[in-house]
Design a protein around this ligand. Structure first.
Ligand code: NOJ
Length: 752
């Protein structure tokens, strides 16, 4: 056993040399050379492996840290681990625990191949950042990259090598609980955010002690789940798949993502995990993805209830032939691959390819050089929840807040003029909810509630009367009276309402997207006090809250902002930070409008008020409650008309569009300036708007900035009638403005 293991040791040393080499070289040629070197080492390891060991590399077991899917009572990883039959573990946390498990893999198995530890580090490891949907509202790609980097730094110190993030599923149905995990509804914004997150997690050098491998998930089209119900069927056109749902995945590949996860859902009759076209033909062949694909939790086994495999054997056959390299908790590849190989259903080449892909990532992570480099208890203590990380989390939280309404400039609250604030509502003193779902090792006790945040900021300046009023759910109104008393005695009421953290995330879907329980009635009662009310929303999805919009003067969307939520919200409420976030997803009036998104098609009968025969509802408007891209500031911005460099764009040339944005208020502020286009006539119908660019500009009070966007033929491309990705000649409208509903317009033509 020892003799064989020693054959691998030179690879550790050689890999170290490769890693050093990689850090000093910049050219693509040298990176290619490094890839070749890794491939050579991978092949050498592969040549030592038995079939059992190869199949073992394809198996991923959950540790006992926490289960993130259904598990059988006899789940036991220890025996297979000792036998070298496990390549990866998930949900095993902490430097100490992962070191112990790694020790078994490295010291007790025949070849000593290190494990790769994976975990859902979605929006922070222990320092928790805003949920991904919220963070996208910052439209701040540097910030998003930094927050992923902080998460990687903490996770890497605690033994993790690999995060199951980013989730890059486009989501247009607020009922779907997992909408909180992604970047919202738009493929352009979603692609940029996907790339930023991949870069943040992986950095420039995967072997560095503060980077981890990323995973683009859930491939593909999980967000198009029917009726917003988790794990449900997806039935979409090829065009929508390619145009809307795939681009963020392609962006992740282009950003160098090392792994992919296959989705739970079926796509047009073929479950993603058995979908050879998606996984093999598109991802591995057309996109030339070199990393490995892990199944979702048990999704190979779930091919049986999907009704596409009769038994484990058939499920394994479908998964491997589709291109799934690693079996997460399905317990299918071991043992089914042995029989499948014997029967010639699966080839040795396929198994070897899957093993190679996994070993390649292990080499890139530097695990063959030092399998314990990530389990560092000292570093774990030092970096986790460091002052620096908390400060970045607070900044991210502030920048994710969206001001939805601010009648008569009720906000920011001025402690000079206010003696007493009533903080009421079920979210006012919650810590548990603030960190949102998928909060890894985030500890709610370490989160700072709104009450604490406000109390710290107002110390000695104004008094806070706190009363909960009601719970998030349920019918109990017995707390109303105390809260109403507090409200009546205050100068202003801050009503913190919303959803529980357990109402969005995996398998946490809702059919009603209003405020749960008696919260709306609670707000109605508060309104009767006649006091000015600021609603602070905390939620993981767009909410349908027309009454709130129509009746409450100020609304702040704060999502679930993470560890530093309280201070960040206080910063905004008290004007220490001027809100700048904009919605990355449309807020519907009610669930009856769903799916609703800004880039809809015009139809043959677009809605015209007062006309009968067109596309609308009798009982609700067609306009959303708040449109995509919407968000206010404590200052105001005025947009000039658009100046185009030309009225014609030719292939190979550029068109510039300029707009001057003036800060017309008395405070400095940041504005997210958005550019959309519309292709008026195409060989297939085109959306009424498509986001094609944006800038986030800090504009001092009274000053202006001129922003210039550049468009090329690339920006006009879409899948035409033959599914060719091309730009068609014709007239285009170009729009610039503060959101998708308030836009300046110009026109140009694309000519061939
Ligand atoms: C199932 C979820 O769909 C996926 O996103 C997650 O990464 C895995 N479970 C592992 O926890």
């Amino acid at each position: 056993m020892k003799a064989l293991r020693s054959k691998i040791v030179p690879f550790f040393i050689a890999t170290f040399a490769v890693a050093l080499f990689l850090t000093t070289c910049e050219s693509a040629v040298k990176i290619d050379d490094a890839e070749k070197e890794i491939a050579r080492k991978v092949d050498s390891v592969l040549s030592l492996m038995t079939l059992e060991e190869k199949v073992g590399q394809l198996m991923q077991y959950s540790g006992f840290g926490e289960f993130t899917g259904p598990v059988s009572a006899d789940h036991n990883y220890m025996e297979p681990l000792k036998e070298g039959k496990i390549g990866s573990m998930l949900n095993a946390n902490g430097a100490e625990y992962t070191r112990k498990l790694q020790q078994i893999a490295v010291e007790e198995t025949r070849l000593g191949i290190p494990l790769i530890f994976g975990y859902d580090v979605i929006h922070g490891y222990r320092t928790i950042f805003p949920i991904p949907l919220a963070e996208t509202a910052s439209w701040d790609l540097d910030l998003i990259e930094t927050s992923a980097h902080v998460a990687a730094t903490e996770a890497a110190a605690a033994g993790q090598h690999w995060t199951f993030a980013p989730m890059v599923d486009i989501a247009r149905d607020p009922r779907w609980g997992r909408i909180m995990e992604g970047a919202g509804e738009d493929p352009y914004l979603g692609s940029l955010v996907a790339a930023a997150r991949v870069k943040g997690f992986q950095g420039d050098d995967l072997a560095a002690p503060n980077t981890i491998a990323a995973c683009a998930k859930h491939f593909a089209a999980y967000g198009a789940t029917m009726a917003g119900k988790d794990y449900n069927t997806v039935d979409i056109s090829n065009r929508t798949l390619h145009e809307i749902y795939l681009p963020p995945f392609k962006a992740a590949v282009d950003a160098g993502v090392e792994t992919f996860m296959s989705a739970f859902n079926e796509i047009n009759g073929i479950p993603a995990t058995a979908n050879r076209y998606i996984l093999n033909d598109l991802l591995k062949e057309e996109w030339q993805f070199k990393g490995f694909i892990v199944s979702d939790w048990s999704s190979i086994r779930e091919l049986i209830p999907h009704g596409i495999a009769a038994n484990d054997y058939e499920a394994g056959n479908l998964g491997m032939n589709a291109g799934v390299d690693m079996d997460m908790m399905g317990m299918i590849y071991d043992p089914q691959l042995f029989q499948l190989l014997e029967d010639g259903k699966v080839t040795q080449l396929q198994v070897d390819d899957a093993v190679r892909r996994i070993l390649r990532v292990k080499f890139k992570l530097g695990l063959f050089d030092d399998p314990y480099r990530y389990c560092d208890e000292e570093r774990e203590k030092e970096v986790i929840m460091s002052e620096e990380h908390l400060e970045i989390s607070r900044d991210a939280a502030r920048k994710s807040i969206v001001l939805l309404k601010n009648e008569n400039n009720l906000l920011p609250l001025d402690p000079q003029k206010i003696n007493t604030i009533a903080l009421v509502g079920p979210m006012g003193d919650t810590r548990f909810d603030l960190i949102g779902e998928w909060s890894a090792r985030g500890n709610p006790e370490e989160a700072i509630s709104l009450l604490e945040g406000l109390t710290r900021s107002l110390e000695g300046k104004a008094k806070i009367l706190h009363a909960k009023g009601c719970e998030i759910s349920g019918e109990d109104k017995s707390g109303f009276s105390e809260a109403i008393r507090a409200a009546s005695a205050a100068d202003v009421v801050v009503a913190a309402v919303g959803e529980s953290r357990m109402m969005s995330g995996e398998a946490l879907c809702r059919s009603d997207i209003g405020l749960p329980g008696v919260q709306k009635e609670f707000l109605m009662e508060l309104q009767k006090t006649g006091k000015p009310i600021v609603v602070v929303l905390m939620n993981g999805r767009p909410l349908g809250i027309p009454w709130v919009k129509g009746n409450v003067p100020a609304i702040l969307e704060t999502w679930f902002l993470g560890t530093q939520a309280g201070p960040a919200i206080a910063d905004v409420l008290l004007g220490m930070y001027n809100p700048s976030g904009k919605l990355p997803v449309t807020f519907p009036v009610s669930v009856g409008q769903v799916p609703i998104f800004y880039s809809y098609k015009n139809t043959g009968r677009p809605p015209v008020p007062g006309i009968r025969w067109n596309s609308k509802y009798l009982d609700i408007p067609v306009e959303p409650l708040f449109p995509f891209g919407y968000g206010l500031s404590y200052t105001t911005f005025e947009y000039s008309e658009i100046t185009l460099s030309d009225t014609i764009l030719l292939p190979g040339s550029e068109l510039t569009a300029e707009v001057t944005v003036k800060n017309t208020g008395v405070r400095d502020g940041e504005e997210i300036i958005q550019l959309y286009i519309r292709d008026l006539v195409g060989s297939v119908t085109r959306p009424v708007l498509e986001l094609k660019g944006f800038r986030k500009e800090n504009i001092p009070a009274g000053e202006s900035v001129t922003v210039r966007f550049t468009l090329t033929e690339e920006d006009l491309k879409f899948y035409d009638i033959n599914m060719d990705f091309t730009a068609e000649p014709g007239t285009f409208e170009l729009f610039i403005g503060p959101n998708s509903a308030e836009l300046k317009k110009a026109t140009f033509a694309f000519m061939e």
